[in-house]
Design a protein around this ligand. Structure first.
Ligand code: FAD
Ligand code: DLZ
Ligand code: SF4
Length: 512
């Protein structure tokens, strides 16, 4: 008798290890739409529609390739609504005598499936996920020798391992990193190029209707859904990016502009994370654009670093540190997440734009996630569980292995410095330099304190003062702490009070 080959909603690649050696006659590929996965956070409606549509398209593709697929739709009458439940039902109803799966991306489900495997009456084989460039073992070896984990050093190893942008043993162009040439502010008269979004195919249209019917209370709008739900559609998005956008990716990587959700970003994370695009192939394609002289090194190196460096690094850290990682709260943050993170109803122009984009598109670009919403959540001292819940809920590309290290690590320093060496805390001056938001804001970015001042300014010094025990000895924060010391005790007290008033005004009150 045959084997059940489990394919999860974020494992939609033809090359998935769970399908290695599949017996077309006897094996059954199991794919299941279940409420446990669709509701473990109240995912953005576009995320659920994307996953359901992509699963259905992938199942059709596997069937066309001659595989037998057992596909359980969300509204199937016997649906048990959990992956383990569907595995059990699949075993009982097919008579298969073995299960093969690829390790899954989130601790939550990995634990549940391990428990299922431990008590199953049939052998369950869990295979490594080859879609990642760095295996878990490779990452543990690298991490094991080090006191501190730093992306930059990991990234160099990955460049050497893969040969990407290498010139023999040396990095192409003589340097590993060209950020000194990147990250410029956007001139007032320059707008980002128009982006062709994906027109929903028939399957996507149907999935959108299912989500509208079944999950009306979830966050976000479905109108304007524009995510690829097949490998071919994802390929078209990538190709457009490589040809038309990549040459300027580095230069404007950190810029923000009002009403411009996409800037010069790739819009590929939702496809990479569910298997419609392959990360190593994506990096090689970008390198080829550089080798053909069609994009400069600063842009291509910067782009490859995000995938080969950051994406692989955060995944490595997640599996190295879970489950403890999910409990870190190094700054004892204890506040509620203000309601405007959901409603976008705030006079802070930068935040209103980031949240509106998030609601409309299940997307915000990296600098909005890091320096607007993430920075604000950190300065307010929002509890990391509430911050994680928000980021997991609102983005089409959200999976805990990548979301959590970015949120608890990069954006809010809740991990105490595992991902980054210092918090990315910034006042309004940073946002003003990198965007056109402040000229259109009710708050005054030049004012330091009081009700009319930019809340980022009011919160910034209070944040440093409040967290002096944890952050005061951080050499990378020596400058701001020197400035703070220079203010004298009375002014420091006033700054703390004003920050507290700003937290109250914004609704970041204590959780209990
Ligand atoms: P681009 O800017 O075009 O970058 C290209 C690719 O590089 C991305 O598609 C992504 O695969 C990778 N990448 C870039 N930065 C990172 C990073 N910091 N970590 C890992 N991969 C990266 N990314 C997710 O995929 N899922 C998440 O849930 C997620 N949550 C985030 C939460 C916070 C607080 C922050 C600061 C970042 C988060 N990111 C997350 C990383 C990054 O913001 C998104 O990958 C990116 O915005 C996706 O858009 P893009 O494809 O246009 O990216
Ligand atoms: C995100 C998601 C959603 C919304 N729905 C499903 C589903 O119905 N069935 C499924 O197999 N996978 C789904 N997924 C993706 C899973 O949540 C993902 O595989 C795990 O979180 C592990 O990364
Ligand atoms: Fe954002 Fe402050 Fe600028 Fe307003 S003034 S847009 S709140 S940084």
């Amino acid at each position: 008798s045959g084997t059940i080959r489990l394919v999860l909603g974020d494992q939609l690649a033809d090359t998935l290890s769970a399908l290695d050696g599949v017996d077309r006659r006897n094996d059954i590929v199991l794919m299941a739409e279940v409420n446990d996965e669709a509701t473990y956070v109240r995912h953005h409606k576009q995320k659920i529609a994307l996953v359901f549509a992509a699963m259905r398209n992938h199942a059709a593709r596997l069937t066309a390739a001659g595989l037998r697929v057992r596909y359980v739709r969300i509204d199937a009458p016997q649906n048990s609504h959990s992956i383990a439940g569907e595995l059990a039902r699949g075993l009982a109803e097919t008579g298969c005598s073995r299960i093969v799966m690829t390790e899954c991306g989130e601790w939550r489900l990995a634990t549940a499936l391990q428990a299922f495997a431990d008590s199953a009456a049939v052998p369950v084989e869990i295979r490594a996920d080859r879609r990642f460039i760095c295996s878990g073992e490779r990452f543990r070896d690298w991490a094991g020798e080090r006191r501190q984990l730093r992306m930059e050093f990991f990234y160099r190893e990955m460049r050497r391992d893969t040969g990407l942008l290498m010139d023999g043993a040396e990095p192409e162009g003589g340097r590993w990193n060209f950020d000194a040439e990147n990250r410029q502010r956007l001139p007032r008269d320059l707008r980002p190029p128009a982006r062709a979004r994906t027109v929903p195919n028939a399957t996507t249209v149907e999935a959108i209707a299912d989500v509208a019917r079944l999950y009306p209370d979830h966050f976000g709008d479905l109108d304007g859904f524009g995510w690829p739900t097949t490998a071919a559609e994802a390929e078209a998005v990538l190709e457009d990016f490589l040809v038309n956008i990549l040459p300027d990716f580095g230069t404007w990587q950190d810029a923000m502009a009002r009403g411009e959700p996409w800037m010069w970003h790739g819009l590929i994370a939702s496809s990479l994370n569910i298997g419609l695009l392959d990360p190593l192939d994506t990096c090689r394609r970008a390198e080829a654009v550089y080798r053909a002289g069609r994009a400069p090194l600063n842009a291509v190196e910067g782009f490859i670093r995000q995938i080969l460096g950051w994406r692989e690094f955060v995944r490595g850290v997640y599996w190295l540190k879970m489950p403890g990682y999910g409990a870190f709260n190094a700054l004892d943050a204890d506040r509620k997440l203000p309601d405007f993170f959901w409603s976008a109803e705030t006079d802070m122009a930068c935040v209103a734009d980031a949240v509106a984009t998030t609601r409309n598109h299940a997307y915000a670009h990296h600098i909005q996630r890091l320096m607007v919403t993430g920075n604000l959540a950190m300065l307010l001292g929002v509890h990391p569980d509430a911050v994680d819940d928000w980021y997991m809920t609102v983005y089409a590309d959200a999976y805990e292995w990548v979301e959590m290290p970015n949120t608890r690590g990069m954006a809010t320093f809740a991990d105490g410095g595992i991902i980054g060496s210092k918090p990315y805390a910034a006042s309004g001056a940073y946002i003003n330099r990198m965007s056109d938001y402040c000229g259109n804001c009710r708050f005054d970015v030049k004012a330091k304190s009081g009700a009319a001042a930019c809340p980022f300014n009011r919160l910034y010094w209070g944040f440093l003062e409040r967290n002096r025990t944890v952050l005061g000895k951080n050499v990378r924060l020596a400058m701001p702490y020197r400035t703070l010391d220079g203010f004298g005790a009375a002014k420091r007290e006033t700054l703390l009070d004003d920050a507290e008033a700003a937290r109250t005004m914004l609704g970041a009150t204590p959780r209990r």
